[in-house]
Design a protein around this ligand. Structure first.
Ligand SMILES: NC(=O)c1ccc[n+]([C@@H]2O[C@H](COP(=O)([O-])OP(=O)(O)OC[C@H]3O[C@@H](n4cnc5c(N)ncnc54)[C@H](O)[C@@H]3O)[C@@H](O)[C@H]2O)c1
Length: 394
């Protein structure tokens, strides 16, 4: 239920690289402020004070709950901690902005959704990619009917920043992330669902650890975050050093999806490409679209007349927003969160969709590690589905 308060005290839990999203709290709402930080690492708390000033600080989210001083919290901790922290906060009546992925297993994802439905505490999952310029452009083209009825979606994901983003800390460890089909691909699985207006019903996976498993130079990086080691000079891929002690997630992952409305989709992810972007092809009954670049400066092209190959397309739309990163999408995402929390305004980003992304990614990884045998997505309890359907815009 909405909070309807005149001022909102917000905690940031996990003051690592992503905690900077907390800066948008005060920028999107003058009546809200970050008043507390939580991090299990004292270095993290120091980093949090540098970001948010002299706010209350805690080494555990349970201490934060016991203090009873905040109305809402942003959870930006490693993926394996999401479900437990979210469930505790929801039970305590603290509105939750939970970073993606919702959880690392379908059982945990469902635990979070069931708790939110039972308690009525607002839950929002940070699938900010829905609010990016490239996705808004593609969705508008589809919704205007320019390519007819969507039948197939193909996504190629070139994760050139892969070694620095995913193989030099906890992200590389299955025990912490489950799979990069969740940690990285949950954004894109969500967008496949969003563009095709359906959720995955059956998935199949294939992939391997092809490059980074062979690098023996490993180390812990206490107190550091990704920005401390990120460099375009870390090239070619096999020259990377200082990988996480455990590296057991795949660096090439592919999955295929049959959606509940019959749409056929595929997603490919590679972590040793030189470039870093994603390319979508959406094919409808009367045309297809494809993006070139995925931030401002890029374009989405539409082909809707029959011909041999032609690069320019029949129509071209510029991608709006930032030229790099996703700050514009983050602002829209944070705005949606507070509109939900304060006024109960239905959101574009949906916990149901976040659960659908976890289901597809986690089950595709199971399939990938089990001879590519297909997996079917189990349904959510109807009452839980209905709870979120009323706070979500289609
Ligand atoms: N939506 C996006 O665009 C986006 C972008 C980046 C990261 N993320 C998400 O944000 C989350 C955090 O990623 P990151 O890159 O900031 O990680 P990070 O490693 O840089 O930071 C994580 C922080 O959480 C702290 N922490 C660990 N366990 C904790 C616990 N139980 N309680 C409190 N603090 C704890 C760590 O000490 C660290 O300071 C991930 O789930 C990631 O998927 C989302």
């Amino acid at each position: 239920m909405p909070l309807r308060k005149t001022s909102l005290a917000v905690a940031v839990i996990g003051t690592g690289q992503r905690a900077a999203i907390g800066h948008h709290v005060a920028s999107v709402r003058t009546d809200a402020a970050v008043t507390a930080i939580v991090d299990t690492d004292p270095v993290g708390l120091d980093r949090g004070r540098q970001m948010f000033g002299d706010v209350e600080s805690f080494v555990s989210h349970r201490d934060l709950i016991a203090a009873g001083t905040v109305d809402a919290a942003i959870i930006a901790t490693p993926d394996d901690t999401h479900a437990d922290i979210a469930v505790d906060l929801l039970r305590a009546g603290v509105a939750v902005y939970l970073e993606k992925p919702l959880a690392t297993t379908l059982a945990d994802a469902d635990r979070v959704l069931v708790t939110a439905a039972e308690t009525g505490t607002p839950l929002y999952v940070g699938h900010n990619f829905r609010h990016s310029g490239v996705v808004r452009a593609m969705r508008s083209i589809i919704e205007r009917g320019e390519i007819g009825e969507v039948k197939a979606v193909w996504v190629r994901h070139f994760v050139g920043n892969g070694p620095d983003y995913y193989f030099k800390d906890w992200h590389a460890d299955r025990a912490r992330t489950g799979t990069l089909l969740l940690q990285k691909a949950s954004h894109d699985i969500d967008i496949v669902h969003y563009l095709a207006r359906g959720y995955s019903r059956r998935v199949v996976g294939m992939g391997d650890l092809m490059v980074y498993g062979g690098i023996t130079d490993r180390r812990e990086r206490p107190g550091q975050t990704m920005e401390d080691w990120f460099s375009f000079d870390n090239w070619p891929p096999a020259s990377n050093t200082g990988l996480n002690p455990v590296v057991d997630v795949e660096d090439v992952s592919m999955m295929m999806m049959t959606l509940d409305n019959g749409v056929q989709a595929s997603y490919q992810q590679c972590h040793f490409t030189p470039d870093y972007w994603r390319n979508y092809t959406v094919i409808g009954t009367e045309g297809r679209l494809e993006n070139f670049g995925d931030t401002a400066g890029g374009v989405v092209r539409v082909w809707n007349r029959r011909r041999e190959w032609q690069l320019a397309g029949d129509v071209e739309y510029p991608i709006e927003g930032v030229t790099s990163g996703h700050e514009d999408a983050d602002v829209l995402t944070m705005t949606e969160f507070f509109d939900l929390v304060v006024d109960g305004t239905p959101t574009v980003v949906s916990p149901l969709a976040a659960r659908a992304a976890v289901a597809a990614g986690a089950l595709a990884a199971e399939s990938l590690r089990d001879g590519s045998r297909p997996r079917d997505v189990p349904a959510l309890p109807q009452s839980v589905h209905d709870h979120f359907a009323s706070t979500t815009r289609s």
